[in-house]
Ligand binder design. Structure first.
Ligand SMILES: NC(=O)c1ccc[n+]([C@@H]2O[C@H](COP(=O)([O-])OP(=O)(O)OC[C@H]3O[C@@H](n4cnc5c(N)ncnc54)[C@H](OP(=O)(O)O)[C@@H]3O)[C@@H](O)[C@H]2O)c1
Length: 105
């Protein structure tokens, strides 16, 4: 476990973040995947969905509460990751909202 790559995806409960979690979870490579979410309930629901969509995985997926607009939330997440894993190998800072409309064509 100490050698397992630890990756945190913010906004991991839906959209591109969820698809990133799913790609890692189904990759066949063992990761500790920290599914960042503003709401632990949303993360737990998303993990249930993930486990119904991907039946076998070498990875562990764990919910982590993190709101990137809250310094307290970020500090708490850092403390949680430090105490449980002692490291973070990769941060995928996906969380956010698209604030404008655009069209490709
Ligand atoms: N989709 C596109 O075409 C596109 C294009 C360019 C860039 N992007 C960028 O890619 C990222 C993901 O896009 P998406 O389409 O997957 O968006 P999405 O489906 O709306 O998902 C956004 C995710 O970010 C979370 N989030 C929003 N504000 C947050 C905050 N303050 N702290 C923590 N989490 C927060 C949301 O949490 P809740 O579920 O709690 O709302 C959700 O999990 C965004 O940063 C977006 O700007 C997307």
């Amino acid at each position: 476990m100490a050698d397992t790559h630890v990756v945190l995806i913010t906004g991991g409960n839906t959209g591109i973040g969820y698809e990133t979690v799913k790609a890692l979870y189904g990759s066949g490579i063992p990761y500790v995947i920290l599914m960042g979410s503003r709401s632990l309930d949303k993360a737990k629901d998303a993990i249930s969905k993930l486990q119904s969509e991907v039946s076998t995985s070498k990875s562990e997926v764990v919910p982590v509460q993190i709101d990137i607009e809250s310094d307290d939330s970020i500090s708490n997440a850092v403390k949680e990751v430090e105490s449980k894993y002692g490291k973070l190998d990769t941060l995928i800072n996906n969380a956010g909202t698209l604030l404008f409309n655009y069209t490709l064509f």
